[in-house]
Design a binder for this molecule. Structure first.
Ligand SMILES: [Zn+2]
Length: 156
């Protein structure tokens, strides 16, 4: 989705990229805390209603993925479990668990940064995603992938 700014000489503002930057900031926070650097936000009507970053180490909880926390926060904000008319921005392609959770939320859109060929849901099955959910991949792909690479390199 592109929003054009018609002021003279202004470049078009890409909304998806703008929100992905917010998710990326959370991924950087995870990186600084020595967590796998993945960040997520949920946007509804131009407003950020849920945020999360990976906390599996701090919480000793394999389910503490960025998306799971963002889903919970957004549902709390809305006072309902369904995330219709919402978009999830996440720096890395969701895993099967998070894609499965997104199915239950019936979220309208998922926008992700880097593809995850090993643990991404699409490596297993694209049917995990709700038929009403639109998927967009590859937004700020290189930045998001680079952060992951840097993290795993430092672990070797
Ligand atoms: Zn996940």
């Amino acid at each position: 989705m592109k929003v054009y700014n018609f002021e003279k000489g202004a470049a078009p503002v890409n909304t998806d990229e703008m929100y992905m930057k917010e998710a990326y900031k959370l991924a950087q926070k995870a990186y600084e805390e020595d967590e796998v650097p993945i960040g997520a936000i949920i946007v509804s009507q131009g407003k950020i209603i849920g945020k999360g970053y990976n906390l599996t180490e701090r919480l000793n909880d394999v389910t503490a993925h960025a998306e799971m926390q963002a889903f919970t926060a957004a549902a709390n904000f809305l006072g309902g479990k369904y995330l219709k008319d919402c978009t999830l921005y996440v720096t890395v392609e969701p895993c099967v668990m998070c894609a499965g959770a997104s199915y239950w939320t019936q979220i309208s859109r998922i926008v992700y940064g880097a593809k995850d060929d090993k643990r991404g849901y699409s490596a297993i099955s694209s049917h995990i995603i709700h038929p009403k959910t639109e998927i967009v991949g590859g937004v700020m792909e290189s930045e998001c992938a680079e952060l992951m690479k840097r993290f795993f390199k430092s672990k070797r």
